[in-house]
Design a protein around this ligand. Structure first.
Ligand code: SAH
Ligand code: MG
Length: 212
């Protein structure tokens, strides 16, 4: 959570009630310490999806399938390919997607996205990058050739717990990660072919679109 705590709590309180399966997945993630997307930014991403209506989505970092199912719910005709390298989480995701009867719309690939993205065919209207924070530039570069001309790339956690703006407060393994995210944000904002806006919601979401 990056917004001022009172503000984030206020925004969480305002969110409309969600179906039981969503609450259950949020609880499952909390118990298993799975870093699923923050509630307020997840709501924001579903709104972007309702506006933009991407036909095909590529997600890098499935975890337990929470964000994939929420994105699908925002545009039920969408087809989503999502990649997860952790076998336990992959299995949880497959099970959760099966429980919701959404296996026709969401296919989960078990593997390292650094290898799997290049094997994919066809174009994607939206790419959602939400995996290892130190690899974002590579995920972005690998996804670029698969992005349709009006495509959008979203990157989650680009303000990582607020440390990205105040790197001197980061400690331990976060220090290098925060450096890499800062480097990514700078690179992304200066990208000659993409226009990017970073929204300080949840843990920070970057929205990148191709320049005309
Ligand atoms: N998008 C999910 C949360 C993803 S958490 C949601 O909001 O519901 C990040 C996930 O990315 C973790 O489960 C981690 O195992 C996975 N991951 C990290 N690096 C990866 C890589 N190189 N390839 C595939 N998955 C990766
Ligand atoms: Mg995230």
């Amino acid at each position: 959570m990056y917004l001022k705590e009172e503000m984030n709590n206020y925004l969480i309180d305002l969110l409309p009630d969600k179906e039981a399966w969503i609450e259950e997945m949020e609880a499952e993630a909390l118990t298993d310490r799975v870093p699923i997307m923050d509630k307020v930014s997840m709501h924001f991403v579903t709104q972007l999806i309702r506006m933009y209506q991407p036909k095909r989505i590529l997600e890098v970092g499935t975890a337990i399938g929470y964000s994939a199912l929420r994105m699908l719910q925002a545009n039920p005709e969408t087809s989503i390919i999502t990649i997860e390298r952790d076998e336990k989480r992959y299995k949880q995701a497959v099970e959760n997607i099966h429980q919701q009867g959404k296996e026709d719309n969401i296919s989960v690939i078990l593997g390292d996205a650094l290898e799997e993205i290049a094997k994919l065919d066809g174009m994607f209207d939206l790419v959602f990058i939400d995996a290892a924070k130190g690899q974002y530039k590579r995920f972005f570069e690998l996804s670029k050739p698969l992005l349709s001309s009006s495509g959008v790339i979203l990157s989650d956690n680009v303000l990582f717990k607020g440390y990205v703006a105040e790197p001197e407060k980061a400690t331990g393994r976060h220090i290098k990660m925060v450096e890499k995210i800062r480097d990514y944000n700078k690179w992304l904002m200066q990208h000659p072919n993409f226009s990017t806006s970073i929204v300080p919601i949840g843990d920070g979401v970057a929205i990148s679109v191709r320049k005309p």
